[in-house]
Design a protein around this ligand. Sequence first.
Ligand SMILES: *Cc1c(COP(=O)(O)O)cnc(C)c1O
Length: 427
Amino acid sequence: MTTQEINTSEYAEQLETRYAEASRRGEFYIQEGTIYFDGNSLGLLSKRAEASLLAMMDAWKRHGIDGWTQGEKPWFHLSEQIGGSMAPLVGAKPVSVIATGSTTSNLHQLLATFFKPEEGRTKIVADELNFPTDIYAIQSQLKLHGLDPAEHLIQVKSRDGQTLTTEDIIGALTDDTAIVILSGVLYRSGQVLDMARITEAAHERGILAGFDLCHSIGSIPHTLDDWDVDFAFWCTYKHLNGGPGATGGLYVNERHFGTAPGLAGWFGSDKDRQFDLAHTFTPAADAGALQMGTPHLLSAAPLIGSLELLNEVGIGAIRERSLALTGYLQQLIQLELAAYGFTVASPAGDTERGGHVFLVHPEAARICKALKANGLIPDFRAPNGIRLAPVALYNTFEEVRSAVQLLKRIMEEEQYKQFENKRDVVA
Ligand SMILES: *Cc1c(COP(=O)(O)O)cnc(C)c1O
C-alpha cells in the first residue's frame, strides 16, 4: 500500500476496529495532550490497580495486624495468589510462580540457589546486550564463589550490535557451562529470543536455562512449563502496569521443587510451619520457598487489579494488537522517515519482534527531548536509541500515526536542534 493509503485516519480507524478486543484505554489514566509510548519502562496506572491499592490501605486501616488473616484479601497468602495470577502470562502452573523481590534480587536468589560450580561446571553464559543489572548480579555471584568473572562469565556477542542469533547462543554452550541466562525480549532492540530452542539445546548439554522476562511478560505469550525452562524472573512495572518499584516475580520449574533456596528467609517457609518459629528451616514445597522476608504488600497490591485486567483480556489478544501496533509503526517509519537518517533496529518479523520498536539515530537524545516537549513520551536509551512502545491495552493506531507525523515535523523543522544532545539523569 502507498503512504496515502496507510497514513490516514481512516486506515488507523480500520485497524482500531479490527484489533478492538484488546483495547482497554478507558480503564487507564492517560494525561490529556500526551501520547504515552513508554509503557515498556513504566506502564500506566489503571483504575483497577488504583482500586486494589486503596483496598489494601483500607484493610490496613480497618484490620491492623489482623489483615494478615482477615479482610477480603488476607496478606499471608497474597504473594502466592498474585503469583498464581501471573502464571497464565508465563504459561506455568500457579505453584511455579511467586510474587516477590525485584528482577535483580530474584536473579541473585535464583543464582544462589541453582549455580553450583563445585559440581564442576563453573561458567555462566549471558550476552553482551543484556541490561547491566543482570550482568552485575552474575558477576557478583561468580565472585562469591571465588570465580573471576573475566573468565567465567561468557557473553555471547552480537553480530549487528542489536540482536543475537540462536546459533551463536547455542555455540557458546560448552561442557563447563552451568547456566545460561538471557532475556525473553532484549531491552533495546526488542528482539524475541527463541526460548524453547535455547532451553532444549542447553538441556542437551546438561546446562540450566533461565530467562529474564522484564520486557516479555505482558507483551508476548510464554509457555515456560512446555519449554521446560528451569527458572525465570521479571519486574512488574513495565507491561504489567504494577507501578514504580512494584513487587517482581519469579518462576521455578516444578522439577526443581525441593532444591534448597540459596538465600533462605522465613517467608520461604512452608506456610503451616512458618509460625512455629523454629530455628530449623522448612522451606515451602514450591516456588514460594525462594521468598525471603515479609512481602512488600503495598508494592504488590496494584498488581491485583492490574493482573485481573490483563488476564481478562488475555495475552493472546494483547499480542495480536501489540504486533499490529508495532507493525503499523514500523511501516509508517519506513514510509515517512527514511530521509532523516533513522534505522529501525527492532526485528521486522512478527515472531521476532517484542512489544516496542527501537529506532537508532545519532541525534536520539535531543530528538527525544523535542518529542517530549511536543507531548510524546518516548524512552531514550544511550547512546543513540529511541524506544517507542505503543501498548496494546491503552495506546491507539491513531496515536501511532500522530507520533510518526510528529517525528517527521521535528526533523523537517529541525526542532531537535533547540536541545542539547545529552541524556538526563533518568533516561
Ligand atoms: C527493567 C529491567 C531490569 C530491572 O531490574 P530491577 O531489579 O527491577 O530494577 C532488569 N533487567 C532487565 C532486562 C530489564 O529490562
